[in-house]
Design a protein around this ligand. Sequence first.
Ligand code: SF4
Ligand code: SF4
Length: 206
Amino acid sequence: MKYPKLRELVEAIKAVLKGPYTSKFPAKPYVPHPNFRGQVVYDEDKCLGCLACVEACPANALAFEDIIEGEGVPKRVMIHYTDTCIFCGVCVDTCIRETGDTGIVQTNEWELSYFDRADAFETIEKELQLCEYCGVAIGTKDHLVWLAEKLGELSYSNPTLYLSRLKELGLVDENITTVYKDDGRSDRVKILCAECRRRTTTYPEE
Ligand code: SF4
Ligand code: SF4
């Protein structure tokens, strides 16, 4: 007869005294370790909609859609596909906001079953800033204001940034800019995309 080794006896006694190592899930809810890396979730108030995390996600679990036409204000919809996410945390590390104040955070949520895979996503919405000349999306309003605040007085070298900041503060009369479009001087002091900024700064095209 083969006798158990001392180490195995110790483990057996420990198991009797402390109970099994495995959890009783699903009979009892499983509480993961506090450091467990679970699902990431967007924080609508903190996220700027800058898309840095979308670019960095190695699993293509993040996406966005700009909705410009239709009713309501133009908006950017940030999408997190929870069925594709591998909980790696790269998006949290990549976020342009400071650590501890990021626009996407890692939770220790792990129970993510769905009846229909098409429901496995979450979204947040950010208001878009459109070019006041041609109407393309420049970025989100929150992102432009964040950039202007970050740059401080340097933002005054860029009318798009300082106008975004002043509008946020309610210090700019919307009527200050003319609706007349001449691709030149009258359009300089407007919130413009990079292409329209170039056209109004250099000579208008023939
Ligand atoms: S945790 Fe990783 S896989 Fe999931 S959204 Fe963030 S970067 Fe993508
Ligand atoms: S602010 Fe952070 S979470 Fe929001 S889009 Fe930018 S990188 Fe992603």
